[in-house]
Design a protein around this ligand. Structure first.
Ligand code: ATP
Ligand code: MG
Length: 401
Protein backbone atom coordinates (compact mmCIF):
# COMPACT_ATOMS: atom_id res chain seq x y z
CA UNK A 1 0.00 0.00 0.00
CA UNK A 2 1.16 3.53 -0.66
CA UNK A 3 1.20 6.26 1.93
CA UNK A 4 -0.60 8.51 -0.54
CA UNK A 5 -3.68 6.26 -0.42
CA UNK A 6 -4.28 6.88 3.25
CA UNK A 7 -6.82 9.42 4.41
CA UNK A 8 -4.94 12.22 6.14
CA UNK A 9 -1.61 11.64 4.45
CA UNK A 10 -1.55 15.24 3.18
CA UNK A 11 -1.12 16.61 6.71
CA UNK A 12 2.05 14.56 7.12
CA UNK A 13 4.01 17.00 4.98
CA UNK A 14 3.28 19.77 7.46
CA UNK A 15 4.29 17.54 10.37
CA UNK A 16 7.53 16.54 8.69
CA UNK A 17 8.31 20.17 7.95
CA UNK A 18 7.96 20.99 11.64
CA UNK A 19 9.51 17.76 12.92
CA UNK A 20 11.81 16.43 10.20
CA UNK A 21 12.99 13.49 12.33
CA UNK A 22 9.43 12.29 13.09
CA UNK A 23 8.49 8.80 11.94
CA UNK A 24 5.26 6.90 11.57
CA UNK A 25 5.15 4.20 14.24
CA UNK A 26 3.16 1.23 15.49
CA UNK A 27 -0.04 -0.03 13.93
CA UNK A 28 -0.04 2.23 10.86
CA UNK A 29 3.38 1.02 9.73
CA UNK A 30 2.35 -2.59 10.26
CA UNK A 31 -0.91 -2.17 8.37
CA UNK A 32 0.73 -0.21 5.57
CA UNK A 33 3.22 -3.05 5.09
CA UNK A 34 0.60 -5.77 4.92
CA UNK A 35 -1.90 -3.82 2.82
CA UNK A 36 -4.57 -3.51 5.46
CA UNK A 37 -6.66 -0.42 5.88
CA UNK A 38 -4.82 2.17 7.98
CA UNK A 39 -7.03 4.07 10.40
CA UNK A 40 -4.79 6.16 12.67
CA UNK A 41 -1.57 7.85 11.67
CA UNK A 42 0.59 7.78 14.80
CA UNK A 43 4.02 9.33 14.87
CA UNK A 44 6.96 9.53 17.22
CA UNK A 45 9.68 12.14 17.42
CA UNK A 46 12.72 12.81 19.59
CA UNK A 47 11.45 16.33 20.44
CA UNK A 48 10.15 16.75 24.01
CA UNK A 49 6.38 17.35 23.90
CA UNK A 50 6.49 21.12 24.55
CA UNK A 51 9.12 21.58 21.81
CA UNK A 52 7.15 19.50 19.38
CA UNK A 53 4.02 21.50 20.20
CA UNK A 54 5.78 24.82 19.58
CA UNK A 55 7.25 23.69 16.28
CA UNK A 56 3.92 22.33 15.04
CA UNK A 57 2.07 25.49 16.00
CA UNK A 58 4.65 27.56 14.14
CA UNK A 59 3.93 25.40 11.10
CA UNK A 60 0.24 26.30 11.41
CA UNK A 61 -1.10 23.14 13.04
CA UNK A 62 -3.57 23.18 15.89
CA UNK A 63 -2.15 21.23 18.81
CA UNK A 64 -4.04 19.62 21.68
CA UNK A 65 -1.95 18.33 24.60
CA UNK A 66 -3.84 15.03 24.86
CA UNK A 67 -1.43 13.18 27.13
CA UNK A 68 1.50 15.36 28.05
CA UNK A 69 2.59 13.13 30.93
CA UNK A 70 3.02 10.24 28.46
CA UNK A 71 4.62 12.60 25.97
CA UNK A 72 1.65 12.58 23.62
CA UNK A 73 0.21 15.55 21.80
CA UNK A 74 -2.36 15.60 19.02
CA UNK A 75 -1.87 17.79 15.99
CA UNK A 76 -5.01 18.62 14.03
CA UNK A 77 -4.46 19.47 10.37
CA UNK A 78 -7.40 19.91 7.99
CA UNK A 79 -9.66 18.40 10.69
CA UNK A 80 -7.52 15.25 10.76
CA UNK A 81 -5.89 14.23 14.07
CA UNK A 82 -2.31 12.92 14.33
CA UNK A 83 -0.96 11.55 17.59
CA UNK A 84 2.66 12.49 18.07
CA UNK A 85 4.57 10.96 20.96
CA UNK A 86 8.04 11.74 22.23
CA UNK A 87 10.43 8.78 22.15
CA UNK A 88 10.35 6.99 25.48
CA UNK A 89 12.24 4.43 27.43
CA UNK A 90 10.98 2.54 30.47
CA UNK A 91 12.42 3.52 33.81
CA UNK A 92 10.31 1.18 35.92
CA UNK A 93 6.97 -0.55 35.83
CA UNK A 94 4.80 -2.33 38.38
CA UNK A 95 2.64 -4.27 35.97
CA UNK A 96 0.03 -1.54 35.70
CA UNK A 97 1.78 1.84 35.50
CA UNK A 98 4.98 2.53 33.60
CA UNK A 99 7.39 5.28 34.55
CA UNK A 100 9.02 6.60 31.40
CA UNK A 101 11.74 9.04 30.42
CA UNK A 102 12.26 10.82 27.10
CA UNK A 103 15.03 9.55 24.86
CA UNK A 104 16.37 10.29 21.40
CA UNK A 105 17.21 6.66 20.75
CA UNK A 106 14.72 5.08 18.35
CA UNK A 107 15.70 1.55 19.26
CA UNK A 108 15.02 2.21 22.94
CA UNK A 109 11.53 3.36 22.02
CA UNK A 110 10.98 0.32 19.81
CA UNK A 111 12.14 -1.93 22.63
CA UNK A 112 9.29 -0.97 24.93
CA UNK A 113 6.65 -1.79 22.32
CA UNK A 114 4.87 -5.11 22.67
CA UNK A 115 5.42 -7.14 19.50
CA UNK A 116 7.99 -7.09 16.71
CA UNK A 117 5.26 -6.34 14.17
CA UNK A 118 4.29 -3.27 16.22
CA UNK A 119 7.84 -2.00 16.73
CA UNK A 120 8.68 -0.78 13.23
CA UNK A 121 8.90 2.85 12.11
CA UNK A 122 8.89 4.67 8.80
CA UNK A 123 10.49 8.03 8.05
CA UNK A 124 9.51 10.69 5.54
CA UNK A 125 11.79 9.23 2.86
CA UNK A 126 9.98 5.91 3.08
CA UNK A 127 12.88 4.27 4.91
CA UNK A 128 11.71 1.41 7.14
CA UNK A 129 13.36 0.87 10.54
CA UNK A 130 12.81 -2.67 11.70
CA UNK A 131 14.96 -3.46 14.73
CA UNK A 132 13.56 -6.86 15.66
CA UNK A 133 12.58 -8.59 12.43
CA UNK A 134 9.00 -7.34 12.46
CA UNK A 135 8.54 -7.41 8.69
CA UNK A 136 9.54 -11.08 8.44
CA UNK A 137 7.26 -11.91 11.35
CA UNK A 138 4.40 -10.02 9.75
CA UNK A 139 4.81 -11.93 6.50
CA UNK A 140 5.01 -15.25 8.32
CA UNK A 141 2.08 -14.48 10.63
CA UNK A 142 4.27 -14.69 13.73
CA UNK A 143 3.18 -12.63 16.69
CA UNK A 144 6.35 -12.40 18.73
CA UNK A 145 7.12 -10.33 21.82
CA UNK A 146 9.94 -7.83 21.70
CA UNK A 147 12.28 -9.38 24.28
CA UNK A 148 11.33 -12.10 26.77
CA UNK A 149 7.61 -12.87 26.75
CA UNK A 150 7.40 -13.53 30.48
CA UNK A 151 9.16 -10.30 31.40
CA UNK A 152 7.02 -8.27 29.04
CA UNK A 153 3.84 -9.78 30.51
CA UNK A 154 5.03 -9.16 34.06
CA UNK A 155 5.51 -5.50 33.10
CA UNK A 156 1.98 -5.31 31.69
CA UNK A 157 -0.54 -8.14 31.79
CA UNK A 158 -2.69 -6.50 29.13
CA UNK A 159 -0.11 -7.78 26.68
CA UNK A 160 -1.55 -11.32 27.08
CA UNK A 161 -4.78 -10.02 25.60
CA UNK A 162 -2.95 -8.02 22.97
CA UNK A 163 -1.10 -11.17 21.98
CA UNK A 164 -4.41 -12.91 21.31
CA UNK A 165 -5.81 -9.84 19.58
CA UNK A 166 -2.95 -9.64 17.11
CA UNK A 167 -2.87 -13.40 16.66
CA UNK A 168 -6.58 -13.34 15.82
CA UNK A 169 -5.84 -10.72 13.18
CA UNK A 170 -2.45 -11.64 11.70
CA UNK A 171 -1.60 -15.09 13.05
CA UNK A 172 -0.69 -17.94 10.75
CA UNK A 173 0.67 -21.38 11.52
CA UNK A 174 1.91 -22.31 14.96
CA UNK A 175 1.74 -19.60 17.61
CA UNK A 176 4.92 -18.58 19.39
CA UNK A 177 5.72 -21.28 21.98
CA UNK A 178 7.52 -19.01 24.39
CA UNK A 179 4.63 -16.58 24.39
CA UNK A 180 2.06 -19.31 25.00
CA UNK A 181 4.06 -20.82 27.85
CA UNK A 182 4.51 -17.44 29.48
CA UNK A 183 0.82 -16.65 29.15
CA UNK A 184 -0.14 -20.05 30.56
CA UNK A 185 2.06 -19.37 33.58
CA UNK A 186 1.06 -15.74 34.14
CA UNK A 187 -2.59 -15.74 33.03
CA UNK A 188 -3.91 -14.97 36.51
CA UNK A 189 -2.27 -11.54 36.32
CA UNK A 190 -5.08 -10.65 33.91
CA UNK A 191 -7.60 -10.71 36.77
CA UNK A 192 -6.02 -7.45 37.98
CA UNK A 193 -6.91 -5.63 34.77
CA UNK A 194 -9.99 -3.44 34.70
CA UNK A 195 -13.06 -5.08 33.22
CA UNK A 196 -13.40 -2.24 30.71
CA UNK A 197 -9.96 -2.83 29.22
CA UNK A 198 -10.48 -6.58 29.13
CA UNK A 199 -13.83 -6.15 27.39
CA UNK A 200 -12.34 -3.79 24.81
CA UNK A 201 -9.62 -6.28 23.97
CA UNK A 202 -12.06 -9.19 23.96
CA UNK A 203 -14.26 -7.48 21.39
CA UNK A 204 -11.20 -6.90 19.23
CA UNK A 205 -10.19 -10.54 19.58
CA UNK A 206 -13.72 -11.53 18.64
CA UNK A 207 -13.52 -9.51 15.43
CA UNK A 208 -10.37 -11.26 14.22
CA UNK A 209 -10.41 -13.60 11.21
CA UNK A 210 -8.52 -16.30 13.14
CA UNK A 211 -11.10 -16.37 15.89
CA UNK A 212 -11.48 -20.08 16.35
CA UNK A 213 -7.77 -20.83 16.45
CA UNK A 214 -7.27 -17.93 18.84
CA UNK A 215 -10.01 -19.09 21.19
CA UNK A 216 -8.49 -22.56 21.18
CA UNK A 217 -5.19 -21.00 22.09
CA UNK A 218 -6.85 -19.04 24.85
CA UNK A 219 -8.36 -22.26 26.12
CA UNK A 220 -5.09 -24.18 25.90
CA UNK A 221 -3.31 -21.50 27.91
CA UNK A 222 -6.10 -21.37 30.48
CA UNK A 223 -6.78 -17.72 29.62
CA UNK A 224 -10.33 -18.16 28.40
CA UNK A 225 -11.55 -19.48 31.74
CA UNK A 226 -9.90 -16.53 33.48
CA UNK A 227 -11.52 -13.99 31.17
CA UNK A 228 -14.90 -15.55 30.42
CA UNK A 229 -15.89 -17.93 33.18
CA UNK A 230 -18.82 -20.17 32.31
CA UNK A 231 -18.37 -19.81 28.59
CA UNK A 232 -19.83 -22.54 26.39
CA UNK A 233 -17.53 -25.33 25.22
CA UNK A 234 -15.64 -24.39 22.07
CA UNK A 235 -16.90 -27.51 20.33
CA UNK A 236 -20.31 -25.85 20.32
CA UNK A 237 -18.81 -22.67 18.93
CA UNK A 238 -17.08 -24.60 16.19
CA UNK A 239 -20.40 -26.07 15.13
CA UNK A 240 -22.03 -22.69 15.37
CA UNK A 241 -19.47 -20.97 13.19
CA UNK A 242 -19.78 -23.75 10.64
CA UNK A 243 -23.32 -22.72 9.75
CA UNK A 244 -22.64 -19.10 8.93
CA UNK A 245 -20.33 -16.73 10.72
CA UNK A 246 -21.96 -13.47 11.85
CA UNK A 247 -18.55 -11.71 12.02
CA UNK A 248 -19.91 -9.02 14.38
CA UNK A 249 -17.88 -9.31 17.59
CA UNK A 250 -20.96 -8.92 19.77
CA UNK A 251 -22.75 -11.69 17.90
CA UNK A 252 -19.73 -13.92 18.18
CA UNK A 253 -19.79 -13.28 21.91
CA UNK A 254 -23.41 -14.39 21.91
CA UNK A 255 -22.29 -17.66 20.37
CA UNK A 256 -19.96 -18.19 23.31
CA UNK A 257 -22.89 -17.85 25.72
CA UNK A 258 -25.89 -19.91 24.74
CA UNK A 259 -29.08 -18.88 26.52
CA UNK A 260 -29.74 -20.64 29.78
CA UNK A 261 -26.05 -20.59 30.70
CA UNK A 262 -24.78 -21.40 34.17
CA UNK A 263 -26.03 -19.58 37.26
CA UNK A 264 -26.17 -15.86 36.62
CA UNK A 265 -23.43 -16.08 33.99
CA UNK A 266 -25.34 -16.75 30.82
CA UNK A 267 -25.99 -14.75 27.70
CA UNK A 268 -28.37 -12.44 29.56
CA UNK A 269 -25.74 -11.50 32.14
CA UNK A 270 -22.49 -11.39 30.19
CA UNK A 271 -23.11 -7.84 28.93
CA UNK A 272 -23.33 -6.50 32.47
CA UNK A 273 -20.39 -8.62 33.61
CA UNK A 274 -18.21 -7.08 30.91
CA UNK A 275 -19.72 -3.61 31.51
CA UNK A 276 -20.64 -3.29 27.85
CA UNK A 277 -22.71 -0.36 26.59
CA UNK A 278 -26.44 -0.38 27.32
CA UNK A 279 -27.06 -0.87 23.63
CA UNK A 280 -24.89 -3.99 23.50
CA UNK A 281 -26.45 -5.32 26.70
CA UNK A 282 -29.90 -4.89 25.18
CA UNK A 283 -28.92 -6.90 22.10
CA UNK A 284 -27.48 -9.73 24.21
CA UNK A 285 -30.48 -9.73 26.54
CA UNK A 286 -32.87 -9.85 23.57
CA UNK A 287 -30.94 -12.79 22.15
CA UNK A 288 -31.12 -14.58 25.48
CA UNK A 289 -34.92 -14.54 25.51
CA UNK A 290 -36.61 -17.62 24.09
CA UNK A 291 -38.73 -16.87 21.03
CA UNK A 292 -41.27 -19.67 20.91
CA UNK A 293 -43.26 -17.70 18.33
CA UNK A 294 -40.46 -18.04 15.78
CA UNK A 295 -40.35 -21.44 14.13
CA UNK A 296 -38.79 -22.56 10.88
CA UNK A 297 -42.22 -23.82 9.79
CA UNK A 298 -43.95 -20.42 9.99
CA UNK A 299 -45.81 -19.16 6.93
CA UNK A 300 -45.46 -15.55 5.75
CA UNK A 301 -48.48 -14.37 7.79
CA UNK A 302 -46.95 -15.78 10.93
CA UNK A 303 -43.58 -14.39 10.04
CA UNK A 304 -45.01 -10.90 9.56
CA UNK A 305 -46.69 -11.15 12.96
CA UNK A 306 -43.39 -11.94 14.62
CA UNK A 307 -41.62 -9.26 12.63
CA UNK A 308 -44.15 -6.67 13.82
CA UNK A 309 -43.30 -7.43 17.42
CA UNK A 310 -39.56 -8.06 17.26
CA UNK A 311 -36.53 -6.42 15.75
CA UNK A 312 -35.59 -8.04 12.46
CA UNK A 313 -31.87 -8.17 13.16
CA UNK A 314 -32.47 -9.91 16.49
CA UNK A 315 -34.77 -12.43 14.82
CA UNK A 316 -32.21 -13.18 12.13
CA UNK A 317 -29.48 -13.65 14.66
CA UNK A 318 -31.61 -15.66 17.01
CA UNK A 319 -32.69 -18.00 14.22
CA UNK A 320 -29.05 -18.46 13.36
CA UNK A 321 -28.18 -19.30 16.96
CA UNK A 322 -30.98 -21.83 17.15
CA UNK A 323 -30.10 -23.35 13.81
CA UNK A 324 -26.53 -23.74 14.92
CA UNK A 325 -27.64 -25.46 18.09
CA UNK A 326 -29.86 -27.79 16.09
CA UNK A 327 -27.14 -28.47 13.57
CA UNK A 328 -27.14 -32.10 12.55
CA UNK A 329 -30.90 -32.25 12.55
CA UNK A 330 -31.87 -32.68 8.92
CA UNK A 331 -33.81 -30.10 7.02
CA UNK A 332 -34.54 -27.68 9.83
CA UNK A 333 -35.53 -24.99 7.32
CA UNK A 334 -33.86 -22.07 9.11
CA UNK A 335 -31.84 -20.94 6.07
CA UNK A 336 -35.01 -20.56 4.07
CA UNK A 337 -36.78 -18.85 6.95
CA UNK A 338 -34.00 -16.29 7.18
CA UNK A 339 -34.21 -15.54 3.47
CA UNK A 340 -37.94 -14.97 3.75
CA UNK A 341 -37.49 -12.89 6.87
CA UNK A 342 -35.05 -10.63 5.05
CA UNK A 343 -37.34 -10.29 2.06
CA UNK A 344 -40.45 -9.31 4.03
CA UNK A 345 -41.35 -5.68 4.34
CA UNK A 346 -41.52 -4.32 7.89
CA UNK A 347 -45.24 -4.41 8.82
CA UNK A 348 -46.64 -1.08 9.99
CA UNK A 349 -50.04 -0.96 11.63
CA UNK A 350 -52.01 1.40 9.35
CA UNK A 351 -54.40 3.09 11.82
CA UNK A 352 -53.87 5.75 14.48
CA UNK A 353 -56.13 7.42 17.04
CA UNK A 354 -57.25 10.15 14.64
CA UNK A 355 -58.61 7.54 12.21
CA UNK A 356 -60.86 6.29 14.98
CA UNK A 357 -62.11 9.76 15.82
CA UNK A 358 -63.34 10.07 12.23
CA UNK A 359 -65.31 6.86 12.77
CA UNK A 360 -66.97 8.36 15.84
CA UNK A 361 -64.90 6.79 18.63
CA UNK A 362 -64.39 9.14 21.57
CA UNK A 363 -60.83 9.79 22.77
CA UNK A 364 -60.03 8.09 26.06
CA UNK A 365 -59.80 4.55 27.37
CA UNK A 366 -62.48 3.41 24.95
CA UNK A 367 -60.36 4.43 21.99
CA UNK A 368 -57.38 2.54 23.35
CA UNK A 369 -59.49 -0.59 23.60
CA UNK A 370 -60.77 -0.28 20.04
CA UNK A 371 -57.27 0.33 18.73
CA UNK A 372 -56.12 -2.81 20.47
CA UNK A 373 -59.01 -4.80 19.03
CA UNK A 374 -58.45 -3.72 15.47
CA UNK A 375 -54.72 -4.30 15.77
CA UNK A 376 -55.38 -7.78 17.11
CA UNK A 377 -57.59 -8.50 14.11
CA UNK A 378 -54.96 -7.03 11.75
CA UNK A 379 -52.29 -9.28 13.29
CA UNK A 380 -54.55 -12.32 12.91
CA UNK A 381 -54.78 -11.46 9.20
CA UNK A 382 -50.99 -11.60 8.96
CA UNK A 383 -50.61 -7.78 8.98
CA UNK A 384 -52.00 -7.69 5.44
CA UNK A 385 -55.13 -5.47 5.72
CA UNK A 386 -54.53 -1.85 4.72
CA UNK A 387 -56.01 1.22 6.41
CA UNK A 388 -59.27 1.01 4.50
CA UNK A 389 -59.79 -2.67 5.31
CA UNK A 390 -59.10 -1.95 8.97
CA UNK A 391 -61.60 0.92 8.97
CA UNK A 392 -64.21 -1.30 7.33
CA UNK A 393 -63.73 -4.01 9.89
CA UNK A 394 -63.90 -1.49 12.69
CA UNK A 395 -67.07 0.08 11.28
CA UNK A 396 -68.68 -3.34 11.24
CA UNK A 397 -67.69 -3.86 14.86
CA UNK A 398 -68.90 -0.43 15.95
CA UNK A 399 -72.35 -0.81 14.42
CA UNK A 400 -73.16 -4.48 14.23
CA UNK A 401 -76.03 -5.20 11.94
P1 ATP B 1 -4.89 -1.20 16.15
O1 ATP B 1 -4.84 -1.23 14.68
O2 ATP B 1 -5.73 -2.28 16.71
O3 ATP B 1 -5.16 0.16 16.75
P2 ATP B 1 -2.24 -0.69 17.13
O4 ATP B 1 -0.95 -1.41 16.89
O5 ATP B 1 -2.34 0.69 16.59
O6 ATP B 1 -3.40 -1.61 16.59
P3 ATP B 1 -2.69 0.46 19.69
O7 ATP B 1 -3.31 -0.12 20.91
O8 ATP B 1 -3.36 1.61 19.02
O9 ATP B 1 -2.49 -0.72 18.67
O10 ATP B 1 -1.19 0.87 20.10
C1 ATP B 1 -0.32 1.57 19.24
C2 ATP B 1 1.10 1.06 19.41
O11 ATP B 1 1.57 1.32 20.75
C3 ATP B 1 1.27 -0.43 19.20
O12 ATP B 1 1.47 -0.74 17.84
C4 ATP B 1 2.47 -0.74 20.06
O13 ATP B 1 3.67 -0.42 19.38
C5 ATP B 1 2.33 0.22 21.23
N1 ATP B 1 1.61 -0.35 22.39
C6 ATP B 1 0.31 -0.18 22.67
N2 ATP B 1 -0.02 -0.81 23.82
C7 ATP B 1 1.09 -1.39 24.26
C8 ATP B 1 1.41 -2.18 25.41
N3 ATP B 1 0.47 -2.52 26.31
N4 ATP B 1 2.69 -2.58 25.56
C9 ATP B 1 3.63 -2.24 24.67
N5 ATP B 1 3.40 -1.53 23.58
C10 ATP B 1 2.16 -1.09 23.36
MG1 MG C 1 -3.95 2.09 16.98
Amino acid sequence: AALSDIPGHTGLDRIWKALPQARLVGGCVRDLLCGREVHDLDLASPFPPEDAQKRLEQAGAKVIPTGLEHGTITAVIDHHPYEITTLRRDVSTDGRHAVVAWTDDWKEDAQRRDFTINAMSLDQDGQLYDYFGGLDDLRAGHVRFVGQAAQRIEEDALRCLRFFRFFARYGQGEPDKGACQAIARLKDMMTRLSVERVAMELLKILSGPQLLRTLELMEETGSLAVLLPHHAPLSALKRLLACGDPSEPLHRLAVLYPPGGADGQGLAEIGAYLKLSNESRAVLAALAKPKPELAATLDDDGLRRVLFQQDRSILLLWSWLVQARELGRPDAGWDELRQRLEALEQPVFPLAGRDLIVLGVKPGPEMGQWLKKVQHWWLEQGCRPDAEACRDWLTGQLSPR
